[in-house]
Design a protein around this ligand. Structure first.
Ligand code: ADP
Ligand code: MG
Length: 140
């Protein structure tokens, strides 16, 4: 387990870039934290770090549920916030995505632990006073 602290959106993107360098080509990363913690911001950094898209091309998949970035090396960015039941999640076909040689970033995945393979990486983001965030990385 490693812990980092950032004090701005840019700082969290930079941390995402750093973490991206360490990620294996196939990985499932749970992004855990409250609304506004910085999960999507960290995802931007990971997408930037893997050079699959520019950060300003990354938006929240809250309504679209799954965003796909990159050509050969793909990153899938998923947000389960708006899904209520396991039946909703089942329709997404996550197992098939998890089988791909790709990085899969998931916001609110901890709400449906039965769908998350045990061998996942976890990044927890906690809001501190001002714009600071404590970011804890497990299993990477
Ligand atoms: P989430 O996906 O967890 O709901 P977002 O990444 O969409 O959160 O939003 C985080 C918000 O917090 C953004 O508006 C961002 O500018 C702001 N922010 C302020 N400080 C930080 C920080 N240190 N790290 C990440 N985001 C920050
Ligand atoms: Mg988000």
């Amino acid at each position: 387990m490693r812990t980092f602290e950032t004090d701005s959106e840019e700082g969290t993107i930079a941390l995402g870039v750093e973490l991206a360098r360490e990620l294996p080509p196939k990985a499932i990363v749970l992004l855990v934290g409250n609304l506004g913690a910085g999960k999507t911001t960290l995802a931007m950094g990971i997408v930037k770090g893997r050079r699959v898209a520019e950060p300003d091309e990354v938006s929240s998949p809250t309504f679209t549920l799954i965003h796909e970035y990159g050509g050969g090396n793909k990153i899938y960015h998923i947000d389960l916030y708006r899904l209520d039941t396991a039946r909703d999640v089942a329709t997404l076909g996550l197992e098939e995505l998890f089988d791909r040689e790709a990085i899969v970033l998931i916001e609110w995945g901890e709400r449906f632990p039965e769908f998350i393979p045990p061998q996942h990486i976890e990044v927890r983001i906690a809001q501190l006073p001002d714009d600071r965030r404590r970011i804890t990385v497990l299993n990477l």
